[in-house]
Structures are given as C-alpha cells and as structure tokens.
Design a binder for this molecule. Sequence first.
Ligand SMILES: [Zn+2]
Length: 203
Amino acid sequence: MQPFTSRGAYHLLHDSLIPSDVVRIWSTRLPAKVKFFAWLLYHGRLNTRAHLFHRNIKTHDESKCEYCVDTLETDVHIFVECPRAQAVWSRLRFVVHESTLRCPWDVTLPSLLPGAVKDDVMILIFWHIWKARNAKIFDHRDSSPAEVLRHISADIDAWSCRYRKLPWSSMLSTNGLSLARHLSLLFLLSSCILFARDAEYYL
Ligand SMILES: [Zn+2]
C-alpha cells in the first residue's frame, strides 16, 4: 500500500478513472482536514491500530480497541461494531453497516436531510467518532455519545456560513425551504434531540 501524499491525492483526483464517490468527498464544503479524513476512510487508509499492526508498527497486543478486550481495532470496528459507535448511531436512529462504512453518503437515513448537505453531515458524524477515538487514545479523554453528538451539532452551527454561498438553484430543497433555513432547523432539531436524550440519559 502506498503512503498517503498530497501529490498522490492530486493525481488520483485528476485521473480519468476518478471514482464518483471521491469526487463527492471533494465537492463537500467541509474543511480540508475533514475531507482528507473522508478520503482516507474511503480508501481504508486511516491509521487504525490494525492498520499499524499490519504494517508491523505495533504488536498485536498493542492493536486492540480501547474499549473492547481482545478486539482488533479495525476501521469496521471503530465505526460499525464498537459499542461506542453504535451508541452514537442508535441515538441518531441511523443504521450503519460494513458495506456503507467507506461511503457515509450511502447510509440510509430515517430523517430529512437536504441533499445539498447530506454528504457533509454524514462525513462530519464519522469524523467526530474518529476524533472521540483519538481523544481516548492520545489524551485519555472519554467522550460520551452525547458529547460526540454535541460536537457534531456545534460544527454544523459553526460551519453553516460555508453553505450560504451555494448557487441559488441548490439553495432550494424539494419542499422549497432555503438551505440556510434547513441548516437552522437541523441544528435546532439536533439540539432538541440532544436535550431530550440527555435528560433521558441522566434519569
Ligand atoms: Zn471497541
């Protein structure tokens, strides 16, 4: 497997056989660091402990999930199988399978997300599950599922300005609401869900 380089990413992007999924990643309005994360996820190149084990950088004993005894920390485990990830998905009522792990935009959603931001929001959720994993490993900081969801909501709110410059045609969704309005509603909805679930969580 070739190591990740920006030159390699450039050539991949400009190759005539660019997978449409890769184009989707770079078409989002997320910060570059989040796009690179999605690119690595798509190509199975995240530096999971299993990945480092297979490259002989870590021993098998050093390659387990922080939460799950004797379970190799693969990307499938981090985002699909680990109870930590499952707690986040179940709170959102999303069902993520191994088959959709590398393509977050293919996850079937029970809630209404405008098409113009669905890819962005789904990648963002994966990004924050990854960040929570990193915080646990490198900072020994445990993030509850509610905290992960709060961080996702905070980013949706903080980055909503990135979506105000979309062309007028894409500012309208199928029911005619503007994207900015959709994002506001989404944030409001997620805040309400978090509030309700936090109350439930601590009872
Ligand atoms: Zn685990």
